[in-house]
Ligand binder design. Structure first.
Ligand SMILES: [Zn+2]
Ligand SMILES: [Zn+2]
Length: 327
């Protein structure tokens, strides 16, 4: 197999020839068909997340076809198309797993962070954490659903019944979630880097009823806001944009420091919370809903060997939607 490998933090990925790996008894091996590029991958490269496995193959939005099956795997078959998400394994026994919050497991394994991921021609996964995908939809358009879509979905559920909802940062996740929210009958307000007219127009093309800069006030108070951009300064801005009792959800795994803010913008029962990881139920719920909504995923495709260009373009905000690697 070949892979783009992160050997050392803050260095470019390196094209590497590796021996083929065999799945263990509870694992599958897939031939990678497509792998999405997520902002979390940048946080790993930048050393912003604690204790990565190194060297590591990044990538946790994997669409693959099973080409080897462990002896103990019952539910998946050779040749089946599956999705492999960020949540790669949980212990099943810690207090969080036992309270059905496996996203908070004390001993998790994360794909592309503490186990090798999909910036490769092949990947190994715990069969219990892979999602059967069926044959509807293209590999490239499904890949971004596996994190941007899934964790975005979890954030939207946690945002609650909000009719008027703001999205701060209109990248891969928000461009999918705008379509979900609109399908649910909500009104979407899109906040981008100030002056980014191109992304504001993109947001409107996906159904946002208003788009502006992140420092702008929305035309009316919001019921909830989700912050997708890894920018702590957005927290007080979002709190100011929501009404009394409104909720602000931080969807990212990492954010720059949140500046201090007057208590008055949190008071009146506004809520501020974060989303971590996903549960398998999130995946099953969202992946069964996505085809009904008819989500159109905007992608920029890169050959696997150009993973460094894809990461650089994501960092610079040089494309709309999601970047996807294909071997
Ligand atoms: Zn656990
Ligand atoms: Zn991700």
């Amino acid at each position: 197999m070949q892979a783009m490998v992160l050997k050392k933090l803050k260095t470019p990925l390196e094209w590497t020839e590796l021996p083929d790996r065999q799945p263990g008894p509870t694992e599958i091996r897939v031939k990678v068909l497509a792998c999405g590029v997520c902002r979390t991958d940048l946080h790993v490269v930048d050393g912003e997340l604690p204790n990565p496995k190194l060297p590591i193959i990044l990538g946790h939005e994997i669409v693959g076809r099973i080409d080897a099956v462990g002896s103990g795997v019952k539910d998946l078959k050779m040749g089946e198309r599956v999705g492999i998400p960020w949540l790669g394994h949980t212990d099943g026994t810690c207090p969080y797993c036992l309270m059905h919050r496996e996203n908070l497991c004390d001993h998790p394994i994360f794909t592309g962070f503490t186990r090798d991921g999909g910036y490769a021609t092949a990947a190994i996964a715990d069969a219990r954490f892979a999602f059967p995908l069926g044959e509807v939809g293209s590999d490239v358009s499904i890949a971004p659903l596996l994190c941007a879509g899934l964790i975005g979905w979890r954030s939207l559920v946690i945002a609650g019944e909000a009719k008027k909802i703001g999205f701060y940062g209109f990248g891969a996740a928000a461009h999918i979630l705008a379509q979900v929210a609109r399908w649910q009958g909500r009104q979407v307000f899109a906040f981008t880097r100030s002056g980014d007219k191109h992304t504001q127009a993109f947001a409107k093309s996906l159904g946002a009823i208003w788009a502006g800069g992140s420092e702008d006030s929305p035309p009316e108070p919001l019921d909830a806001a989700i912050i997708f951009a890894p920018v702590g300064a957005l927290v007080p801005l979002a709190l100011k944009a929501v009404r009394k009792g409104g909720r602000v959800v931080c969807a990212g795994i990492h954010m720059s420091d949140v500046p201090s803010f007057p208590y008055g913008i949190l008071w009146e029962e506004r809520e501020l919370l974060s989303v971590a990881n996903l549960t398998r139920k999130d995946g099953i719920d969202f992946l069964s809903l996505a085809p009904k909504i008819g989500i159109k995923v905007t992608t920029k495709q890169y050959p696997l060997r150009q993973a460094n260009e894809a990461l650089a373009d994501l960092r610079a905000g040089r494309f709309e939607g999601a970047a996807v690697l294909t071997p």
